[in-house]
Write a protein that binds this ligand. Structure first.
Ligand code: NAP
Ligand code: HSE
Length: 429
């Protein structure tokens, strides 16, 4: 028996939830035509019923009790756009156990508990759709699950946090220091009131977890991902990087090689000619390398009400198709294995280093010796300027194991002629 009306319950009516509501109001008829079934929002749960919403939704649909949504026997699809971990985890589990399909935009939850929730969905013969959890409106989850499924993916690399890309763009184009660029991102609504997850790289690491597990068919623990945010990136380094021919971007990188998976998020110098260097402001872009397809790049708005709502609504349509056509589930994650991860100290990187040293004869020679003894080969070394007998030195290494570079740094810190080590950033060619 085909269902003619698919009923939806929404948990959360903030930035993403209101985008979903707006798209359903604007394009609902087209969506229904494509589906051959009607879509109806039956209930909406929020925290604060008194908050003005400015939406076309009937106020009588609103409740402040999540159970009114997830236990409603008429609701077919529960859309979770409230965020957070424990309430969302509990609500999704209960919704699945009550026979609902689930759509979520929650990357924090899917990165940390996705496998457990997908296993519950599989057991219930349902599914969880999470396209909006990575890259906002950019299709990534579905291409990885379906369109590129015949490939072995060697590498994924991208800009997957809009807030930090906005901040780094403003630092480089408007010559702003980090804290001023962050304040502007907050004023424009890109960065949240508590931007720590974005600027400390955690948001990108959750998204990398989701992308890497789909790309490499592996379960990934958050501890397997090296994470460094942009809070220590200085305008001075962005200027020097520009002089050297690089842009600074917060990159998420996942690779599969002989030793296992390499997973990391960190601010990175990339050549101006690299396509990721041209990705500005709140935009996201992701490169994939598959053995059959070659290089593929995805680009678009990685955050915001309507772009993220676009991905959530597409997932609602997928869930509606499964319900209408009585497809039990399409879970591919159940086949995931646990692949080994290469420790960060064994991974190879090029490094950019800025330090201050006493401006006296023999300092360059001492630096070269310390690096040589740690088996670190230097590509560029430049003395930038000298003030009151202190020289600022910028250098870039060739590829080096992180562990060897750390040894070289230990030697430099012990040298009396080195005044301070001011910045360390990785470089990708
Ligand atoms: P938001 O603007 O803070 O909205 C959260 C909504 O959830 C609010 O309506 C809030 O109610 C409601 N809520 C929170 N806790 C609740 C609870 N315990 N019970 C009932 N309602 C509750 O958040 P958002 O930016 O839309 O983000 C939602 C999710 O989407 C997060 O997982 C986020 O990571 C993800 N996401 C966001 C974006 C983006 O661009 N913002 C992009 C991709 C993914 P009140 O309105 O009453 O406070
Ligand atoms: N805070 C996130 C970002 C929102 O800036 O990219 C989208 O997930």
């Amino acid at each position: 028996m085909n269902k003619e009306t698919i009923k939806i319950g929404i948990l959360g009516m903030g930035t993403v939830g209101s985008g979903v509501s707006q798209i359903l109001a604007q394009n609902g008829k087209d969506m229904e035509h494509k589906l051959g079934a009607a879509l109806e929002v039956k209930r909406v749960a929020v925290r604060d019923l008194a908050k003005p919403r400015g939406l076309t939704l009937d106020p009588s649909l609103f409740t402040d009790n999540i159970d009114h949504v997830i236990l409603d026997p008429e609701i077919d699809i529960v859309v979770e756009t409230m965020g957070g971990i424990e309430s969302a985890r509990h609500a999704i589990t209960k919704a699945l156990e009550n026979g609902k399909f689930v759509v979520t935009a929650n990357k924090d939850l899917m990165a940390q508990h996705g496998m457990e929730l997908l296993a519950i969905a599989k057991l219930q013969g349902k599914n969880i759709f999470y396209e909006a959890s990575v890259g906002g409106g950019i299709p990534l989850v579905r291409p990885l699950k379906f369109c590129l499924a015949a490939n072995r993916i060697h590498k994924i690399m991208g800009i997957i946090n809009g807030t930090t890309n906005y901040i780094l763009t403003q630092m480089s184009t408007a010559e702003k220091e980090f804290k001023d660029a962050l304040a502007e991102a907050q004023a424009k609504g890109f960065a949240e009131a508590d931007p720590s997850s974005d600027v400390e790289g955690r948001d990108a690491s959750y998204k990398l977890n989701i992308l890497a597990s789909l790309s490499f068919s592996s379960r990934i623990n958050m501890e397997d991902i090296y994470v460094e945010g942009i809070t220590n990136v200085k305008l001075r380094d962005i200027r020097y990087a520009q002089e050297l021919g690089y842009a600074v971007k917060l990159l998420a990188i996942g690779e599969e090689g002989e030793g296992g998976l390499k997973l990391r998020v960190h601010p990175t110098l990339i050549p101006h000619a690299h396509p990721l260097a041209a990705v500005k402001n709140e935009f996201n872009a992701i490169f994939l390398e598959g053995d059959a397809v070659g290089e593929v790049m995805f680009y678009g708005r990685g955050a915001g009400s309507l772009p993220t709502g676009s991905a959530v609504c597409a997932d609602i349509m997928d869930a509606a198709r499964a319900i209408k056509n009585q497809i039990q589930n399409g879970i591919v994650e159940a086949t995931f294995v646990h692949k080994p991860v290469v420790p960060m100290e064994e991974q190879l990187s090029r490094f950019y280093l800025r330090l201050k040293a006493i401006d006296e004869p023999g300092v360059f020679a001492k630096l070269a010796t310390a690096f040589g003894e740690a088996r670190v080969s230097l590509d560029k070394i430049i003395q930038k300027r000298s003030v009151e007998q202190t020289a600022e030195i910028v250098l870039v290494t060739h590829d080096v194991a992180e562990g060897n570079f750390t040894h070289a740094l230990d030697s430099l810190r012990a040298m009396p002629s080195i005044r301070s080590i001011n910045s360390i950033l990785r470089v990708v060619e």
